[in-house]
Design a protein around this ligand. Structure first.
Ligand code: LLP
Length: 882
């Protein structure tokens, strides 16, 4: 009996990287531990490495074979020493020793030029070992009788041979009486502190548990000790009906079953690693997700399904909010592979053979649908190394089975909830959301918990919004559904207002410090576009700092305001134009401009257009062979650029992908053969090659890929002096989106530039240079509530900003007049245009907005005013500068 009593007192509490990186966070851990102690529990604290440390160690491992990393190690050590000083535990001999060892190992790697998985695991372990040494000393100094444990003594991996056994080890998590006795014998310790992520094999070598390893470690400890409960402390309040960063009125889920949580974690919810559920489910150990900032809140409790179902039924709930659907998850970056074949009809073993091909390429399949003639599967975004080469090899092998089609850039929207099959009839109305949407694949999971739709990646957020509105829009708090993200922030965090669109990842946008000036302006001049001169200049400087780029040409279609053109002209930028009207505008605005600093890259231009450009002596780019084959004389003795199609379009929406199948732009490589004789005959010199695959590209290595593509073609054109990599740089629009890493982009392009330093590399960005500098100020005209939806009407509609209606684009909206008030409503922000699509923002969290308030629509400097029209005979908005 006494043993049972002691057994029930153990609880495991886990803290991630951000929670162990500062004094304030360790004081928080202290408070939580103290509370557990006073409630009679014995906490086993499982901690990750300090924030950023695992990434730095991984980086060191990558570079160690070729570089001496003394400086990196010193930097990492200083990060730990800094925390040690904050915690009052400096100097720390254990940490000093770990760093001595780390330096020795890295020197060894440099000499041997190789990192084995065994060494990889050993190096990565230093992050957790150091953070826990510092934290343990701090808690002991604060008076907690705590013992530091080496997790590797307790978590033992089951396999010892392969690479994965070092880097993604499996640990046996059966209840371990022996281990429990060891803990119980330790009469002196009130609490224990150990590492997440690491374990050891039977040779006592360090092994790692892979991604999300700390959650998993904590779950293993909980299972092996049959703990009373497992608490995962995080930066968010719990699991939600949808990702609250996209749906701010998503509700917290107070209760979930293990299988539901597992399904949510596997289908995109990031709070919890899916591997951490099985160990606790096995012994019915409740798992609590707790919010570090608000320890008093109960968060999400994941526990036994049967008990939980009983309590829901007693509460008159048919299965937990939303007719059985608990949440909607989304994943992007999915690749679909479809194999069409007549061989598979009643052919035994066909699928087995087919799947073996995926096994051979170490690709794991996520979703699957089959018919008599077709098998379609999806490969996960996180599938390691899913690059073009692997896909090409896979396609070659799969072609033995039938015709293979690869559809990349897909997203999955998953409805998760128990007994999803039995509630299909209730989903009728929500399927309307797919009305204008091609669904590539529909999959209902065998576990009866998940119904997934694979669609185009750029449609996932729109679908998520619509489905969430259908399923949860009308629901209020109950046994399962808690408050919404908005409500939690409105009541729990006094200072929370509408976040600027680049919260967390960037500096506050320029307008946060100019609110009064903007309000004054809006009241004087009415709704308008406003640009920030300093941001324009700063962005131009940023892009001109790229070492790999010799000349930047501003793509004026993004915004052709004369003052913006002047600003960039003074900064030394060139200009890219796509019509004779843009050319004309440049020469009128910047009369002293050197025509060599103007490039003309039109599409389906007329002979007259080209003649005009040639007369103006600007650089001309042809994106079709037609002008050469049909009007060759026009190009006699001329120098031209060719725009090539690299075969794949990129960008934030299909409409803005300007390469690959289905796109009207560019010349394909196989078309080049037809023009060589013409070039000779008419003495036409190709002096530059150009590529532009689309707009809003996030991957910083894209421009390097394009440089490599064009350099590969240069040999065919000996006169090439210029490589124009086009534009396309992404900018963040949504809260928490990150800017493109310019430094990394520059380094990547430099690798190519260094191969041919004599060739000039050019870039022609539009959006990047102007987007952030511009906002729209819009006056509220009326508000309305209809069919459970709130509308806030403004005097600016899709005629002034068409991007939301045309691409489903997100532009952040804040109420400038009530900037310091908490958000209390969720509304569609709509314009006055006579079209239902005239919505500037769906489901936006705003303070209690009234007629006359001024709303700020953010990040509209690019493709805002330049795409606006007089539709409904509304006048175009005026433009002002601050
Ligand atoms: N070069 C060429 C040949 C282009 O066609 C474009 C844009 C650019 C450069 C500049 O691309 P950027 O750096 O701005 O991504 N209206 C859409 C964007 C259309 C882009 C058209 N071409 C939007 O609002 O997202």
């Amino acid at each position: 009996m006494s043993q049972l009593y002691q057994l029930s007192q153990l609880i495991v509490i886990k803290f991630g990287g951000t929670s162990v990186s500062t004094l304030k966070r360790w004081q928080n851990i202290y408070d939580i531990v103290k509370k557990h102690l006073s409630n009679g529990f014995c906490p086993i604290i499982v901690c990750s490495a300090m924030q950023g440390v695992s990434n730095s160690l991984e980086n060191c491992l990558r570079r160690a074979p070729n570089e001496n990393l003394h400086d990196e190690v010193a930097k990492l050590k200083e990060q730990h020493d800094h925390l040690a000083r904050e915690l009052g535990v400096f100097p720390n001999s254990a940490v000093d020793e770990y760093f001595r060892e780390l330096q020795q190992i890295l020197t060894g790697i440099f000499l041997l030029k190789e990192v084995t998985p065994r060494i990889h695991a050993k190096v990565m372990a230093y992050g957790e070992l150091c953070s826990t040494q510092l934290g343990a000393l701090f808690l002991q100094n604060e008076g907690i009788n705590l013992k530091w444990l080496d997790a590797r003594k307790y978590l033992k991996s089951t396999v010892t041979t392969s690479t994965t056994s070092y880097l993604k080890a499996q640990v046996d998590y059966k209840f371990d009486k022996e281990m429990l006795h060891q803990f119980q014998k330790d009469q002196k310790a009130q609490a224990f502190l150990t590492q997440g992520f690491i374990a050891s094999n039977e040779n006592d070598e360090t092994v790692l548990l892979g991604r999300g390893g700390s959650d998993t470690s904590a779950a293993y400890f909980a299972a092996k000790l049959k703990a009373k409960r497992l608490e995962i402390w995080t930066d968010v309040p719990g699991m939600f009906t949808a990702n609250p960063q996209i749906i701010s009125h998503a509700r917290i889920l107070k209760r979930l079953s293990y299988s539901e949580a597992q399904e949510m974690a596997s289908s995109g919810a990031k709070v919890l690693h899916p591997r951490s559920l099985l160990p606790v489910a096995q012994y019915n150990i409740p798992l609590h997700i707790c919010w570090t900032d608000h320890p008093e809140m109960s968060g999400t409790i994941i526990s036994d399904r049967e008990q939980f179902a009983k309590s829901s039924i007693e509460a008159g709930d048919a299965g937990g909010g939303g007719g059985g659907v608990k949440s909607i998850s989304t994943k992007v970056g999915i690749t679909l592979i479809s194999i069409e074949s007549s061989q598979m009809w009643q052919e035994s073993g066909f699928l087995a053979d087919l799947f073996n091909v995926f096994k051979k390429h170490a690709l794991s399949i996520d979703l699957l649908s089959t018919s008599e003639m077709n098998v379609t599967v999806s490969l996960d975004a996180e599938t390691k190394n899913l690059n073009k080469n692997i896909l090409n090899d896979l396609t070659l092998d799969l072609q033995a089975f039938g015709e293979v089609k690869i559809i990349s850039g897909c997203g999955v929207v998953s409805l998760v909830g128990k007994n999803i099959r039995s509630i299909l009839h209730t989903l009728g109305p929500i399927l309307k959301a797919f009305e204008e949407q091609e669904v590539y694949l529909l999959s209902q999971a065998a576990n009866n918990l998940n119904l997934s739709f694979v669609v185009k990646e750029e449609e996932t957020n729109r679908l998520l919004q619509q489905l969430h509105q259908h399923l949860f829009g009308d629901l209020v708090e109950d046994k399962i559904l808690g408050p919404s993200w908005n409500e939690l922030h409105a009541t729990n965090i006094k200072s929370t207002k509408s976040l600027p669109s680049n919260t967390n990842t960037e500096r506050a946008p320029w307008w946060t410090s100019k609110r009064h000036e903007l309000l004054k302006l809006a009241n004087e001049v009415g709704s308008s576009f406003v640009y920030h001169q300093a941001t324009l200049a700063k962005t131009a400087t940023e892009i001109q700092k790229l070492k790999s780029i010799d000349q930047v040409f501003y793509s004026i279609k993004a915004n052709s305001n004369p003052q913006i053109l002047e600003t960039f002209f003074k900064k030394g930028l060139g200009f890219e134009c796509v019509s004779v009207y843009e050319l004309n505008h440049i020469f009128k605005t910047l009369y002293s401009i050197d025509p060599n600093k103007v490039i003309f890259t039109p599409n389906f231009a007329s002979q007259d257009d080209y003649l005009y450009a040639l007369k103006k002596r600007v650089r001309v780019t042809l994106d079709n062979i037609y002008p050469l084959t049909n009007w060759p004389k026009m190009w006699k003795d001329k120098e031209i650029f060719l725009r090539l199609d690299p075969g794949e379009g990129r960008g934030h929406h299909d409409h803005v992908k300007t390469a690959g199948k289905g796109s009207k732009f560019g010349i394909t490589i196989d078309q080049l053969e037809t023009i060589f004789s013409l070039l000779d005959k008419y003495n036409i010199k190709v002096i530059g090659l150009h590529v532009h695959s689309g707009s809003g590209i996030k991957n910083h290595t894209y421009w390097k890929e394009m440089a490599s593509f064009l350099l590969g073609i240069c040999d065919k054109f000996p006169a090439v002096n210029f490589i124009d990599l086009g534009g396309g740089l992404f900018v963040p629009y949504q809260p928490r989106e990150k800017s493109i890493d310019l430094q990394a982009m520059d380094n990547a392009i430099l690798e190519m530039k260094n191969l041919r330093p004599e060739i000039e590399f050019w870039l022609e960005p539009g959006r990047f240079l102007v987007a952030k500098s511009g906002v729209i100020l819009a006056k509220v005209t009326q508000t309305k509530s209809k069919n459970n939806l709130t509308y806030v009407g403004v005097d600016v509609g899709m005629n002034a900003l068409i991007r939301p209606a045309l691409y489903g684009s997100y532009h952040h909206i804040v109420n400038l007049s009530r900037y310091n008030e908490n958000n209390s409503i969720v509304a569609n922000v709509v314009g006055p245009i006579c079209e239902t699509g005239d919505v500037i923002g769906h489901n936006r969290s705003l303070p209690n907005t009234r007629e006359g308030d001024i709303l700020l629509i953010d990040t509209v400097g690019a493709y805002g005013r330049s795409m606006s029209s007089n539709y409904n005979l509304r006048p175009m908005l005026k433009e002002f500068f601050i």
